[in-house]
Design a protein around this ligand. Structure first.
Ligand SMILES: Nc1ncnc2c1ncn2[C@@H]1O[C@H](COP(=O)(O)OP(=O)(O)O)[C@@H](O)[C@H]1O
Ligand SMILES: CC(=O)N[C@@H](CCC(=O)OP(=O)(O)O)C(=O)O
Length: 296
């Protein structure tokens, strides 16, 4: 009996948070690295089903960098990253469309349904055109100021908000792969952190949560104890310049900074491998991981 009473107490404790976030949109970016861990993925997807069940409106944007690199290795292709973006020629794009926009996208949606939720895979490449991300070719400036060619790599310029709103309203979790379509119908490979940023901005999300395989931004990337709980925009820029924030963390933090300036209220980078990390982030006062803020 005591155990049942404690469970009921926990439910009542959660009530304030549930009311606070009811009807609010949370964009959740699932990184490829955390999806490699089957247990972690299962717990995250169950948390997402819980969020939807209590009236929040989660939207999933996912990457799948590790799965793409594996498929490239099988095809004897060597991945090449320029400023954190994968150089994408036609053969690589075919793999991105098949693996990320196809297999990974379908798998996430299917598993959400297995756990009792409803999900809509938004594969722009499928038989039914479910595309919600529109964009253009991304051009980057190299160190010498000249343009760097990344091949079929894009940036999102427009998001189909109506479709996403309707899905959320109908209790379905939109599952969006990081691929966009140009006006001419060309598919482009998009860094998943920047895709999540674009969705959060367009939807006026209350929260944007990046789920990764580290506990947040660290002063020493190999030391979990050096976690930075609150990172301001100025210090984030400085840490990127000093090389403390590097590799895959750069697009993530840059996406956070850009999102901050566009009105998303809360942005967190958290460890998706920690059991119930999503619920802990939402239903506890302090939250976990690193919160990115404009200033303290
Ligand atoms: N300062 C830092 N703090 C934490 N992680 C960092 C830092 N700098 C670089 N990283 C690296 O960034 C990685 C997360 O980015 P990435 O591999 O792209 O993940 P995801 O697939 O989740 O997007 C971490 O595993 C870590 O190796
Ligand atoms: C242009 C570009 O780099 N696209 C990424 C898309 C996947 C991604 O971002 O996945 P993670 O979230 O697992 O890193 C790529 O090809 O790896």
């Amino acid at each position: 009996m005591q155990e049942a009473i404690e469970k009921a107490d926990t439910l009542i404790e959660a009530m304030g948070w549930i009311r606070r976030f009811r009807d609010s949109i949370t964009v959740i970016k699932l990184g490829g690295s955390v999806m490699e861990d089957a247990d972690a993925l299962r717990h995250l997807l169950v948390d997402i089903v819980f969020m939807e069940t209590v009236g929040m409106r989660p939207i999933v944007v996912h990457g799948g960098g590790a799965a793409i690199s594996r498929a490239m290795a099988e095809a004897k292709l060597e991945p090449n990253f320029i400023q954190g973006r994968r150089y994408t020629d036609q053969a690589t794009l075919d793999i991105v469309c098949r693996v990320l926009a196809g297999d990974v996208n379908e798998m996430i949606a299917q598993r959400i349904e297995e756990f009792g939720g409803r999900a809509m895979p938004l594969n722009p490449n499928g038989e039914t055109d479910n595309n919600v991300l529109f964009g253009e070719k991304l051009t980057l400036a190299g160190e010498d100021g000249t343009e760097v060619d990344l091949g079929f790599v894009g940036q999102v310029t427009d998001v189909d908000r109506d479709t996403l709103d309707n899905l959320c309203y109908a209790g379905q979790v939109p599952v969006i792969p990081s691929v966009c379509k140009t006006k001419d119908g060309q598919l482009l490979n998009v860094n998943a952190d920047t895709a999540a940023m674009a969705v959060a901005q367009a939807m006026g999300a209350e929260k944007l949560i990046f789920l990764s395989d580290v506990n947040g931004v660290r002063l020493n990337k190999d030391d979990p104890e050096s976690l930075i709980h609150t990172l301001t925009a100025d210090s984030a820029k400085e840490l990127i310049q000093r090389g403390v924030i590097e590799s895959g963390m750069i697009p993530k933090v840059e996406a956070c900074l850009e999102t901050l300036s566009k009105g998303v209220q809360k942005i967190h980078i958290i460890d998706g491998r920690l059991r119930h990390s999503l619920l802990l982030e939402i239903y506890t006062n302090r939250g976990i991981g690193t919160e990115i803020v404009s200033e303290i």
